[in-house]
Write a protein of this length. Structure first.
Length: 476
C-alpha cells in the first residue's frame, strides 16, 4: 500500500472517529434526531402502570414488546396516541404528551372487563341496599302477593327472608347509623307511615311505633351517634335513645325537614318573610341561629360532613352546598363567602374524602372540586341522565341513559373510552359496590331475564394488594 493511501485512510478514520463519537455519545445520553424539527434533541420517557398488569402497550399503533408496568425510553418530545389493551377487556386510549428530558407518568389506567352482566337473583326485585363493609344485600322483592325484605348472601348466593309487608306497601330506605350496623327505613301503606330499624348484626327488625307508641312523620339518625334517632310529628321533635330505650322531647315546634349532628339540629323553615336555614342546640332549642337563604317552597337538607351541607329545592333541583361555619360568620345573611356550589343537581355522588363530587342535571355531567371551587364538564347528552356513580377508585364514571349503562374516564370529553356495559328493558337502577368500586349491581330485565345482576369491572385477583384490602364504597 502506497504511503499516500495509508495517510488518506489514517486521516479518514480519524475524521470518522470525531464524527461518529459525538453521535454515539449523544445517542447514549438520550439524544435523537427529530425529523420534524430537523435537529437533535433530548428524548423523554414514559412510565405506564395498569390494572390488570401484563397489558399490551401501543404507541401510535406500534406494539411494544414490554407489557405493563413498563418504562419506555427514548421518545421524542411530541404528542402520541397511547393504547393499553388486554384480551377480555375494553381497550384504553388517550392522547399523551412527551416532553424532552422529562418522564411522563400514566398511573391510573384501569381496564374494564368486557363481559355480560351475570344474573345472581331472578325475580321481581323492587330495590336493594348494600350492607356497608360487605357485598351482602338487603333486597326488596314482590313475591307471593307480598313485599318481602330479604338478606342476600353474596358468597353463598342464598336468600333469607327478614320480614314481609302487604303488596301495596311502599318501602323507602332512609339511611344507616353512624357505625353502619343499623338500617332505618319506612313503610307507607294507604298514606300511613311506619318506621323500622333493621339490626344487621343479628338480622332483627324492630318497629319504632311498637317500641315508643308515637307516629312520626319523619326520622333521621344522629350524624355522629349510632345510638340516637330523631323523629318529628305535628307536636314537635323527639330524641330517641336506643341504648336506654327512652324518648325526650327536644322542641314543641313542628319540624319536617331536618338533620342532626350532635350537639346541633339543622333545619329549614318557610316563613312569611322568606326561607331560612336554622341551627338549634339539642340541649336548649331556644338557642337558635338563623341564616337567610333563597326563597322557595321546600328544601331538602343533607349533611355531607361536619363542615358541609347540601340544600336542594325539591321541585326545581336548585341546590346549594354551604359551609356549616356560616353560623359562625359575622354576617349570616351573606351566603356568598360560605357557599361552595350553587346550581341544579339531579344526581350527586361524593368521593370518599369529600373533596370532589360528581353531579348531573338533566343532560350534563360534571366533576366539581370543592377546594378549588371549580367544575369540569365531562359530557353533554341528548337524553336525560337517570343515575351516576364513581367506579374503579374514582378514576371512572358509570352513568345511565334511558335503559343503557355506560362507563367512561373521569376526564373531560375523552370520547375514546366510552363503553356500553349493559342494556335492560327496563333497566331500573344500579349501585356501585365492592373494593375500590369494581362491581356494579344492576336491577332490571336483561336478555329476557329479570332480577338482580352483577357486572364485575375488574376481577378482585387483578387488583393491587393495597386496593384489595380497601373498604367497600357506600351504595347509591
Amino acid at each position: 500500500m502506497k504511503l499516500i493511501t495509508k495517510r488518506f485512510l489514517y486521516s479518514f478514520f480519524i475524521l470518522l472517529f470525531f464524527i461518529i463519537t459525538p453521535v454515539i455519545l449523544a445517542f447514549a445520553s438520550g439524544y435523537r434526531f427529530n425529523t420534524k424539527m430537523l435537529k437533535f434533541e433530548k428524548t423523554g420517557s414514559l412510565i405506564v402502570e395498569s390494572v390488570p398488569k401484563n397489558s399490551n402497550i401501543f404507541i401510535n399503533g406500534k406494539l411494544y414488546k414490554t407489557k405493563t408496568p413498563a418504562k419506555i425510553n427514548y421518545l421524542l418530545g411530541d404528542a402520541y396516541e397511547l393504547e393499553i389493551n388486554k384480551n377480555g377487556y375494553f381497550p384504553w386510549k388517550n392522547n399523551i404528551k412527551i416532553v424532552s428530558n422529562l418522564v411522563t407518568f400514566i398511573k391510573t389506567v384501569y381496564l374494564t372487563k368486557q363481559e355480560a352482566p351475570r344474573l345472581v337473583l331472578g325475580g321481581d326485585v323492587v330495590s336493594f341496599q348494600n350492607i356497608p363493609g360487605s357485598q351482602n344485600m338487603i333486597i326488596q322483592e314482590r313475591k307471593n302477593n307480598e313485599i318481602v325484605l330479604m338478606l342476600f348472601d353474596y358468597d353463598k348466593e342464598s336468600l333469607e327472608q327478614i320480614k314481609s309487608f302487604p303488596l301495596d306497601s311502599e318501602i323507602y330506605f332512609i339511611g344507616w347509623s353512624n357505625n353502619n350496623k343499623k338500617l332505618l327505613f319506612e313503610s307507607t301503606l294507604k298514606e300511613k307511615k311506619q318506621f323500622f330499624i333493621l339490626n344487621t348484626e343479628v338480622m332483627d327488625i324492630s318497629s319504632v311505633f311498637d317500641t315508643l307508641q308515637i307516629h312520626f312523620n319523619a326520622m333521621q339518625w344522629d350524624f355522629f351517634d349510632n345510638t340516637l334517632l330523631y323523629g318529628s310529628d305535628e307536636s314537635g321533635l323527639y330524641q330517641i335513645d336506643l341504648a336506654l330505650v327512652s324518648t325526650k322531647k327536644i322542641t314543641n315546634a313542628s319540624i319536617k325537614n331536618f338533620v342532626v349532628a350532635s350537639p346541633f339540629i339543622y333545619h329549614t323553615s318557610l316563613e312569611k318573610t322568606g326561607s331560612y336555614l336554622k341551627r338549634s342546640e339539642i340541649s336548649n332549642s331556644s338557642k337558635t341561629q338563623t341564616v337567610k337563604i333563597p326563597d322557595t317552597t321546600q328544601y331538602f337538607i343533607e349533611l355531607i360532613s361536619k363542615d358541609l351541607m347540601l340544600l336542594t329545592e325539591r321541585s326545581k333541583g336548585d341546590s346549594f352546598i354551604i359551609k356549616t361555619k356560616i353560623f359562625s360568620s359575622e354576617n349570616k345573611n351573606d351566603m356568598e363567602d360560605n357557599t361552595i356550589f350553587e346550581g341544579k343537581i339531579k344526581n350527586i355522588r361524593w368521593t370518599d374524602d369529600k373533596n370532589r363530587f360528581l353531579y348531573s342535571n338533566d343532560f350534563e355531567l360534571y366533576i366539581f372540586d370543592v377546594t378549588a371551587k371549580t367544575e369540569k364538564l365531562i359530557n353533554r347528552f341528548g337524553v336525560p341522565i337517570k343515575n351516576i356513580g364513581w367506579a374503579l377508585n374514582e378514576n371512572s364514571i358509570v352513568y345511565q341513559l334511558d335503559n343503557t349503562l355506560y362507563i367512561t374516564d373521569a376526564k373531560p370529553y375523552n370520547e375514546k373510552n366510552v363503553y356500553l356495559l349493559a342494556q335492560g328493558y327496563p333497566l331500573q337502577n344500579f349501585s356501585i359496590e365492592g373494593r375500590m368500586g369494581n362491581s356494579i349491581w344492576i336491577n332490571g330485565k336483561i336478555n329476557d331475564n329479570g332480577g338482580l345482576f352483577i357486572y364485575t369491572l375488574i376481577s378482585p385477583s387483578d387488583l393491587p394488594f393495597f386496593e384489595q384490602v380497601m373498604q367497600p364504597q357506600a351504595s347509591y
